[in-house]
Design a protein around this ligand. Structure first.
Ligand code: RUQ
Ligand code: CUA
Length: 622
């Protein structure tokens, strides 16, 4: 018998929408219910038939996997995992020489907030940035290749959670720290916390020429926790805002002690002024880094009181306002940049904290928004019609409201406990108002059970009219934040271009050769369907013989300049593994400390004779 999904009145709309998507739409007899019609039209909205592509790329943070997950929207199909801060066996990231050096010995990361590069406040589709809360790093990915180009280790900071958010033309990204530490991570008793620990904000820039990230300078803020930030746009483009918690400077029992005061702060700063201070030499040099002390250098940094322990702060697409969300207070506070600039100009201060002027709350605040029974506001996204969408962690919903009036327009339950949400081009100066995705911290009963721990969930919500959950997809831990970009803005390359001058590359079987320098053996080899050639002149062209204790360096070029023909290169029992994409040259180096006979093979199924794509590493005993 054909099944119809009944309209289960007790279930929340989102769950019904998610389940009916998988239902059989054929009905018994000739009776078609309104629910069937709805399910069918919802299914059509997200169905991307074979041969067609999704409209948007979703770049979702992989949290403590250290990676980035790429999804297509609206199908919500996962396309790839891009390794960023953790090694990844599937791609050999962290084994080949270059990525190993970039990871700097770290075996995990905690990626929270991805950010596209911007030009004039619009996502330009060129680069993606991200930061690592676990080991204080920033990374840049080239969207031509979806590969990480550089990783910067940031000193004097511990957990740049509050990043990455880029300025209007990608001049900077700011990495304020979540955990305060003494400069240089030096030992200091927690009894001296307020005196010795600092909440450092790092100001980083990206050089498109050499594709490197650079630490420009740091700002020594008080030892508070900085949570989220956003850069201004248009009239506020020289400014940025960040939220703080633990202005109590508690050092233990944080759950209670960091929430004592009714108010914490938004830090408002003018980064152009900070840049100028550095240019004018108004900084101290602390272990080689330029550091601005805001108590000494006035005129760039201000504090604004805000309801206690705020989490997200988001600048509206027109750059006129910023909205802080309460976390503990059920309030979204709307602030006006214009009013803040006025307060700065006319010195409307209500005092000073740690030498930083505190702007008068009432002169900067525009309105406090408290949607009825909405609890735990965390983050706000925007559409093209002037509406804001705030995730409610505790009441498990997204509330749509009018930024101009504060009035609640719509709300939709999500499953369950959303952290961030992400709307289509939602952090740009012109969001396009088609979709929003709730990034839920808990999935509970949403999918087939896989034991006590479940994946997180992402729910796709149509926001073109009345909000409706249309589709749902499981996601690995943990989608802290994501950004969505129109697919046609990206134009990835198909193969790495052939470049005969590329160091260590070899472009024909005949040129494959081995060079020995003392106890270093350099193999200049090729990979092609379906063989490796390491030494064109040898009796066995796919075998390499070295002596125990030799340093072995394989430089392999994939000379198959064909779409999607990636070869792997792995050495059995030697814990060596890398991937070489079409047209790429990769290097693997290790010491052959174990004598014996070790098969090597291609790990990517590349042709009908892929199983034959193998050879030997022979290590002669000492
Ligand atoms: S955070 S759930 Cu890591 Cu962006 Cu707010
Ligand atoms: Cu190359 Cu399989």
């Amino acid at each position: 018998m054909k099944k119809i999904v009944p309209a289960i009145s007790g279930l929340v709309a989102g769950f019904v929408a998610a389940s009916v998507f998988f239902a059989d739409f054929t009905t018994i007899g000739s009776k078609t219910t309104a629910g069937d019609v709805k399910a069918k039209s919802n299914a059509e909205k997200v169905y991307v038939p074979f041969g067609k592509k999704d409209d948007y790329y979703l770049f979702a943070s992989g949290g403590h996997s250290g990676q980035m997950f790429i999804y297509g929207v609206p199908s919500m199909r996962k396309i790839r995992t891009i390794p960023v801060f953790s090694p990844d066996a599937a791609t050999g990231y962290g084994w080949d020489k270059e990525s190993k050096a970039m990871l700097g010995g770290y075996t995990w990361g905690d990626l929270h907030h991805p950010a596209f590069s911007e030009t004039k406040g619009e996502y330009d589709g060129k680069y993606m940035f991200a930061t690592d809360v676990a080991n204080n790093r920033a990374a840049v990915m080239d969207l031509k290749t979806f590969a990480v180009k550089d990783i910067l280790k940031v000193p004097n900071t511990s957990g740049p959670h509050c990043a990455a958010f880029v300025t209007e033309n990608t001049e900077h990204m700011f990495l304020p720290t979540r955990f305060a530490v003494p400069f240089g991570h030096k030992y200091a008793s927690l009894d001296d916390y307020s005196k010795t620990y600092k909440g450092v904000m790092s100001v980083v820039s990206f050089n498109e020429g050499n594709k490197k990230l650079k630490l420009d300078y740091q700002v020594a803020l008080p030892p508070w926790s900085f949570d989220l930030s956003d850069a201004g746009k248009k009239t506020s483009s020289d400014w940025a805002v960040l939220t703080t918690y633990n202005t109590e400077e508690a050092t233990t029992n944080m759950e209670i002690n960091a929430s004592q005061k009714d108010r914490d702060y938004i830090v408002l700063f003018n980064w152009k002024e900070l840049d100028k201070m550095v240019k004018d030499g108004k900084y101290d040099t602390v272990s080689g880094v330029k550091v601005i002390d805001p108590a000494k250098q006035k005129g760039a940094i201000y504090l604004i009181p805000v309801a206690k322990s705020p989490h997200g702060v988001d600048v509206t697409p027109d750059g006129k306002r910023f909205i802080a969300s309460g976390k503990l207070a059920p309030t979204m506070t709307v602030f006006s940049f214009e009013k803040a600039f006025d307060a700065v100009k006319n010195k409307k201060f209500q005092g000073e904290q740690d030498g930083i002027p505190v702007l008068d709350y009432k002169s900067v605040m525009e309105r406090e928004v408290n949607p009825e029974n909405a609890l735990g506001p965390l983050h706000t996204q925007f559409d093209d019609k002037g509406f804001a969408y705030t995730t409610m962690f505790i009441s498990s919903e997204i509330v749509k409201w009018n930024v101009n009036t504060g009035e609640t327009v719509d709300r939709v339950p999500v499953q369950y406990s959303p952290g961030h949400s992400v709307s289509t081009e939602g952090d740009s100066a012109s969001p396009d108002g088609k979709w929003i995705i709730a990034l839920n911290k808990l999935a509970k009963d949403s999918y087939l059970s896989v034991g006590p721990s479940h994946p997180e969930s992402m729910q796709l919500i149509d926001i073109s009219d009345k909000m409706e959950v249309i589709q749902s997809a499981p996601v690995d831990p943990e989608p802290h934040y994501a950004q969505m970009i129109k697919a046609d803005k990206l134009n990835p390359i198909v193969v790495y271009p052939k470049d005969e001058k590329r160091p260590d590359s070899v472009w024909s079987q005949e040129k494959a050769h081995i060079e020995r320098k003392g106890n270093e053996v350099h193999v200049y080899g090729i990979a092609m369907r379906s063989k490796f050639v390491f030494d064109a002149k040898a009796k066995r062209r796919d075998a390499v013989t070295v002596k125990q204790g030799d340093k072995v360096v394989f430089h392999i070029t994939n000379i198959d300049l064909d779409q999607d023909i990636t070869h792997g290169f792995a050495i059995n029992s030697y814990n060596q593994n890398m991937e070489i994409q079409p047209g790429e040259t990769k290097t693997m180096e290790f010491v052959a400390d174990k004598a014996g006979s070790y098969p090597l093979y291609c790990t990517n199924f590349c042709s009908a004779l892929h199983q034959e794509m193998s050879g030997y590493l022979l290590v002669e005993p000492k």
